[in-house]
Design a protein around this ligand. Structure first.
Ligand code: MRU
Length: 348
């Protein structure tokens, strides 16, 4: 089945980015047009477009938008990329995609006209989008082998089609299992404070006819104890060389609960989410977000005035707690530097 496009480029080199405004889901499915680099930056920053792979695609398209007024201008490219890098710090796909756009520019800047350079940048952004779509399908196929019919599966945050160019990472595993005729029941953690699990994951699963039950984050232990969860599958924002994984705040707690209950804990992510320059997760920058997301979530004050709030958007799950990494190149287990390097450097 085809889903609404999370984001897409509309038109030629002078076109624009159209994306689902995810802040309005699940009650409103509306698109937003980003015609300036500032609008792309804002869409990433406030999570209109979110999820590591989708952020990477949006940033690549943001470069094209930003270069429209100065095609072929190296100083402008540096400025646009530096600006987009400040939108969010944790998902490495953002930095990966911007580096790729800069590399592409360098490859052609001498040989091509400004207009042709611009067309080349647009082509690269579309290639990044297309590759992401294909990587998600491959992740689904690799991961579905780990799912058995009848499984109860817990997921945290949203790692579905809305978080990627299409189809998702963690949810791709479940979509593929469903397409193979396996019967599943998914438990979606609500995912405080921005409720990506309740608003987005539940919406996507419902669209595809996969039975889903939303639970508050603090109910996961009880649901595991009741024997309703056979596997856990989550996405990732950045995976260090040893497999330590940054993902939405609360993921680390879920991994500890999984270990305590003897439940396999899987992380699904494309190779663009690995940061092999970091030996461990200790070096992963963790985004700190506005306390207002906690104190005034969705329109109502829930914390007294002047009480301090801590609001990290991500945490890091140590690799020892991860049963396997599911990538487009295959399943990596045990999760350690040696196995990760060997799978990621293999040709597909
Ligand atoms: O703050 P968000 O909504 O961008 O966080 C998203 C996540 O943590 C996802 O699990 C992760 O990016 C993987 S998306 C395929």
């Amino acid at each position: 089945m085809s889903s609404p496009r999370t984001l897409q480029w509309v038109g030629d080199g002078q076109g624009f980015v159209r994306l689902i405004d995810q802040t309005l889901l699940p009650t409103r499915l509306e698109y937003r047009e980003c015609r300036t680099v500032e609008e792309v930056w804002e869409a990433i920053r406030v999570l209109r477009v979110r999820g590591a792979p989708a952020i990477g695609v949006a940033a690549a398209m943001g470069v094209v938008v930003g270069m429209q007024t100065h095609p072929g201008d190296a100083a402008r490219l540096r400025e646009v990329c530096a600006y987009l890098r400040t939108s969010r710090p944790t998902a490495v796909n953002l930095f990966w995609a911007l580096e790729r756009m800069e590399r592409t520019f360098e490859e052609v800047r001498v040989a091509l006209s400004p207009q042709a350079i611009h067309e080349r940048l647009l082509r690269e952004a579309l290639v990044i989008e297309d590759e992401d779509r294909r990587m998600c399908r491959a992740i689904g196929k690799a991961g579905a082998t780990l799912i058995e019919s009848g499984d109860g599966v817990l997921t945290h945050c949203n790692a579905g089609g809305l978080a990627t160019a299409d189809y998702g990472t963690a949810l791709a595993v479940l979509f593929t299992a469903q397409e193979q005729g396996k019967e599943l029941h998914v438990f979606a953690d609500e995912t405080r404070p921005l409720l990506q699990g309740a608003r987005l994951t539940a919406w996507e699963l419902q669209q595809r006819g996969i039975p889903v039950t939303v639970i508050c984050d603090n109910m996961a232990a009880q649901v595991m104890k009741e024997g309703r969860i056979q596997r856990i599958v989550v996405g990732a924002d950045r995976i260090a060389a040893n497999g330590d994984t940054a993902n939405k705040i609360g993921t680390y707690g879920v991994a500890i609960l999984a270990r305590a209950h003897g439940i396999p804990f899987y992380v699904a992510a494309p190779s663009s989410t690995f940061d092999l320059s970091l030996p461990t997760g200790a070096g992963i920058p963790i985004e700190q977000r506005d306390p207002g997301e906690v104190t005034h979530g969705f329109g109502r004050q829930t914390v007294p005035d002047n009480v301090p709030v801590y609001n990290p958007a991500f945490d890091v799950t140590p690799h020892e707690l991860i049963t396997a990494l599911i990538t487009e190149k295959g399943v990596i287990t045990p999760v350690e530097t040696r196995t990760i390097r060997s799978v990621l450097t293999s040709a597909t």
